[in-house]
Design a protein around this ligand. Structure first.
Ligand SMILES: *Cc1c(COP(=O)(O)O)cnc(C)c1O
Length: 409
């Protein structure tokens, strides 16, 4: 161990690690008191050897299951060959990644980035540039419409149009040019459009807001309005993408195609931050050399990992499994019939149990579930989000439902 542990024992127990973290770390998270050290498939183990079923999947970044062996092999193989070239030079993984993600998602053009927030930022920049150069919006006047209760990441511009006071407080001043409309309300979106509107940014299902599913037909209507009004439809599929909802992309549930689709999280199966803007329209062509970029964006390690992450999703039937297991999970949760539960909802394996306001908050139930060997995360006080890796089996779903039944008494 490093010098810091010379005069004291290295951390061993859960409490040791938590104390050390508290001593040195920024306090921007309030995690459960569990210190994980190993993961495999749907399971994770803590430093004291306890085993848990992971029902969060790192916010859907590990859809393919923890430490998927084929993605791990692609990572280590590539890491021994070439990891980073910058985009000053070309690398032999990038073109293959482009071709394969386009085939997998039925798109034409790709802009690779790293974190999800960067994909969002990239799309906002692209939409504005398209607005000025193609739509003819007067300079400096572009407007982008976003939805209430949105979650698109943590950069200054993105938190600037959040409606969550905790995300925003004392981080201003913010980037201008955004308007908020109620989520799920296509009429409100239509009414907010002006000649200067260049884009709408929307999640197909709002994950962080508590797995909020918009009314049927919402995305179809947004699509129609966008086409009619020449507004770029930007769908943030960073959480809903790559099989989570039982389809490759959640937009398929409504048979729509966005103009820009943002992906991240499970694009790497949780091994590495990889994100991308996918687009089918001329919007990507407004970018000229030097106008946008990222040192790590499109690096060979990221591309090799993402290529295999996409491949195993399809070759190992994970998307179909998400649809089948999601239905089984929701049916099981609904059958618990606990008076504490107000609603069970979801699509595929993106599921939530909303508790009654007088149930005392979700955190207590999440801690109960931890004791029973199930790790989940509450969102917005009253909702427990349940999103296991897409490789979960029927038996494991039933096992989890039993634990939920026991904790929701
Ligand atoms: C997680 C998430 C983001 C941000 O991704 P980061 O990699 O954390 O920057 C953006 N949009 C949605 C819908 C997300 O779930």
């Amino acid at each position: 161990m490093d010098a810091i542990f010379e005069n004291q024992p290295a951390p061993r127990t859960t409490a040791d690690y938590i104390a050390l973290e508290a001593l040195y770390g920024a306090t921007n998270y309030k995690p459960l008191d569990v210190v994980l050290t190993r993961g495999q498939g749907v399971f994770v183990w803590d430093v004291e050897g306890r085993k848990y079923l992971d029902c969060l999947s790192a916010y859907s970044a590990v859809n393919q299951g923890h430490c998927h062996p084929r993605i791990l092999a692609a990572l280590t193989e590539q890491a021994q060959r070439l990891t980073l070239t910058s985009r000053a030079f070309r690398n032999d993984q990038l073109a293959l990644f482009y071709a394969e993600i386009c085939a997998a998602t039925n798109t034409h053009k790709v802009l690779p980035m790293n974190s999800g927030a960067e994909a969002v930022e990239s799309a906002l920049k692209l939409a504005r540039k398209w607005g000025y150069e193609v739509k003819g919006v007067p300079e400096g006047q572009a407007e982008i419409i976003v939805c209430s209760e949105n979650f698109h990441g943590r950069t200054l511009t993105i938190v600037g149009f959040s409606t969550d006071p905790v995300s925003q407080r004392n981080f201003g001043p913010f980037t201008p040019g955004f308007r908020v409309v109620p989520y799920g309300d296509a009429d409100a979106f239509e009414a907010a459009i002006t000649p200067n509107t260049v884009a709408i940014l929307v999640e197909p299902i709002q994950g962080e807001a508590g797995v909020i599913i918009p009314p049927d037909g919402y995305l179809r209507r947004v699509r129609e309005i966008c086409s009619r009004e020449r507004v770029v439809m930007v769908l943030d599929e960073i959480q809903t993408g790559f099989g989570r909802t039982g389809k490759m992309l959640a937009e398929e549930h409504e048979g729509v195609e966005a103009d820009m689709t943002l992906v991240g999280k499970a694009l790497s199966g949780g091994f590495y931050p990889v994100s991308a803007v996918l687009s089918n329209i001329e919007v990507m062509e407004v970018l000229k050399p030097g106008e946008h970029g990222s040192t790590f964006g499109g690096n060979p390690l990221a591309c090799a990992v993402a290529r295999m992450a996409l491949r195993v999703l399809r070759e190992e039937g994970m998307i179909e499994n998400a649809a089948v297991m999601g239905a089984r999970l929701q049916a099981g949760l609904a059958a618990i019939g606990s008076p504490l539960v107000r609603d069970v909802r979801g699509r595929g394996l993106m599921t939530a149990v909303e508790l009654h306001p007088d149930a005392g908050g979700a955190r207590g139930y999440v801690k109960r579930l931890q004791e029973l060997g199930v790790l989940c995360k509450e969102t917005h006080d009253h909702t427990i989000r349940i999103a296991p890796p897409l490789v979960i089996t029927g038996e494991e779903v039933d096992w989890a439902v039993e634990r939920f039944a026991a904790s929701l008494r």
